[in-house]
Write a protein that binds this ligand. Structure first.
Ligand SMILES: [Mg+2]
Length: 430
């Protein structure tokens, strides 16, 4: 029986373990005894979800080595690297993702450090993705381990409300894939993403629009996605420090001061977000980057690494049947300053030789004696791979060689072609 809000259709409270309907006031499940109860008056009408794997890389490693289960585990590289993922035990010591490794190890000296096995994480991420796609075609991945799902209109297909479909999904991922996820459920992307973070790990949280204002009020403006340090500074100069400050402001006034960004902020401060779930967009950028063991100033060394990165990016583009027309080089100096340089090309490419040639030109201009601690290259403005253009006269020879190599790899496996194509760039072409 449902004692609360009988005018609302569908359950307002259910058990995450057996999916049985419960009284709104139930503390635990009357059938299976589980305390994992989801409760929200609007539960049956919330359809937009954000699903995020919990400490993904670390959880996968723990799955594959049960001896690690109750130990602090950090996934990251080398002494100079950064933390790619920290398990929840490590997090109790204050360790966070993207933290420099030396700092993480100072906070949690007993941590077991494991080098990332990206190929494995991509495989597991893909399994999770496929399980999501069985729930709805509207799955928009944000990264390897998180995605938005629009489950509106799926109730009849599944024979249950989206909230239960998601609880069942989380249960099945645990059983079948051996990792845990957290679910955020709401009416839009912004609030769903906030919700998935509220109850981690193994979380399930629902937020409705009318709760958003109060929940957001005390958060700093930087809590809103896309509000980086520069925007925060601009907002702060005009007296906007918390989201409550934005909530008090007049929409027209904000638009006068910050143009379209002002309107966006005014709306998001109230939890209004009209962005839809776009399944085909996939990745916006395909990139590869490395934090060096020791700082590097020297062009020849960087150039060699850049070639390997270009090959990696190219191989991901080819696997994803994508091509892109903007190449971006990213550098981080020893004192943590970031330099980002982009160049657009007239036709989309997926070729390592092309990505390398453009990135290399940009790199050459940045060599000024500065020591770098990180470098990356990426391709954006992505389109279907069929639109890639190899016919550029300068490219034709290297394109042909690269395609031939790809064919060999397809036939005989990656190991058959050890070195990739020969570099035929400006240096030797002179
Ligand atoms: Mg995650």
């Amino acid at each position: 029986m449902r004692s609360a809000a009988p005018e609302l259709a569908g359950p307002t409270c259910f058990c995450r373990d057996c999916l049985g309907d419960l009284d709104f006031a139930a503390r635990r499940c009357g059938v299976c005894g589980s305390p994992r109860v989801v409760r929200h008056l609007a539960l049956a009408s919330l359809t937009l979800a954000h699903i995020d794997c919990d400490a993904f890389y670390a959880t996968v490693e723990k799955r594959d080595n049960p001896e690690l289960a109750d130990k602090p585990v950090i996934i990251g590289g080398g002494k100079r690297g950064v933390v790619s993922a920290a398990c929840y035990i490590c997090r109790t010591f204050g360790v966070r993702s993207a933290m420099p490794m030396f700092k993480a190890l100072a906070l949690c000296p007993s941590a077991i450090v494991i080098r990332p096995d990206m190929a494995k994480y991509v495989r597991v991420g893909r399994e999770v993705r496929h399980a999501m796609q069985a729930l709805t075609p509207l799955v928009e991945p944000l990264s390897i381990d998180e995605a938005f799902l629009d489950l509106s209109g799926t109730e009849r297909v599944h024979g249950m409300i989206p909230a239960k479909v998601l609880a069942r999904f989380a249960r099945e991922v645990e059983r079948n894939i051996g990792i845990t996820v957290s679910v955020g459920l709401s009416r839009n992307k912004f609030l769903a993403k906030i919700a998935s973070d509220m109850d981690k790990p193994r979380g399930f949280a629902a937020i409705d629009q009318d709760e958003a204002r109060a929940m957001l009020a005390d958060k700093p403006v930087g809590f809103i996605f896309g509000v980086g340090p520069a925007t925060q500074e601009r907002l702060s100069q005009r007296g906007f420090r918390t989201i409550a400050d934005l909530q008090r402001a007049d929409e027209i006034e904000l638009m006068k001061q910050f143009s379209t960004e002002g309107r966006r902020l005014w709306r998001l401060a109230r939890g209004i977000d009209d962005r839809s779930v776009v399944p085909d967009r996939g990745a916006k950028t395909i990139s590869s980057e490395t934090t060096f063991e020791t700082d590097i100033r020297d062009f020849a060394t960087l150039e060699k690494m850049l070639w390997r990165m270009s090959e990696k990016v190219s191989s991901r583009l080819k696997t994803g049947e994508l091509a892109g027309s903007t190449i971006t080089l990213k550098l981080k100096t020893a004192d943590f300053r970031q330099r980002t340089r982009s160049q657009s090309i007239h036709a989309p490419t997926q070729l390592a030789a092309k990505i390398f040639a453009i990135s290399r030109e940009m790199l050459a201009r940045e060599i000024d004696g500065t020591a770098f601690r990180l470098m990356g290259t990426g391709v954006s403005a992505l389109r279907p791979g069929s639109q890639a253009d190899d016919t550029d006269m300068l490219d034709r020879r290297s394109a042909h060689a690269e395609r031939a190599m790809d064919d060999l790899r397809r036939k005989f496996g990656q190991a058959a072609v050890i070195r990739g194509i020969a570099y035929d760039g400006p240096e030797k072409a002179e």
